[in-house]
Design a binder for this molecule. Sequence first.
Ligand code: PGA
Length: 247
Amino acid sequence: MRKQLIAGNWKMNGSLAANQALLSAVAAGASGASCQVAVCVPAPYLAQVQGLLAGTPIALGAQDVSQHEAGAFTGEVSSGMLREFGVRYCLVGHSERRQYHGETDALVAAKAQRALAAGITPVVCVGETLAEREAGRTEEVVKRQLAAVIHANGHCISEIVVAYEPVWAIGTGKTASPEQAQQVHAVLRSQLHAATTHSDRVLILYGGSMNAANAAQLLSQPDIDGGLVGGASLKAPDFLSIVAAAR
Ligand code: PGA
């Protein structure tokens, strides 16, 4: 039985004061949670949040990592640097990075590889746009995105987390129905199954307007192993209701 993971993705939000208030409420409310909990925070707050999470069961996550190990890459953050701050998870290939920063499948795969080599679990985000869904290309798109990561990471693939985030559902208030999400998760699961004998332990999260009202139904699907939560992770009561709905 996979223990579910609820990961908050703060995106480019937060401040020293707001982070402290949010995490003291989240830590208090999540102390008896039966699922795993993580927060993926902007890089400048890693040190602060590492301190705030000390002694809590909540894991620290980052939102991106460089594909390079070190060197003349102005503005980039390396996996080794993330590791020094106790980072356990790192998002790679979030649709906002694919869309606004031109990240390709190959780049996302290289980032996942770099994270794994540093002992950080990459949370590999895949998902189709509305146009791709309407053209009946959902399966083809998510399989192509995941295939690049499988190809680059070989037997380490059982160490990743996958997040299915339909682009049309992110920040829009439109959620995939539990059936729509489960259908794609099952496709991803069978793709992982073909790549590793340990596919059963790979967590596949759903993301895209997950909230207190829809979390329980989504999280009850057999291949949905948790949530990647954007907007609702910035409000402690909302985030905690999602955590409470997970197992
Ligand atoms: P959302 O974002 O929950 O605000 O839709 C999810 C994400 O982008 O990870």
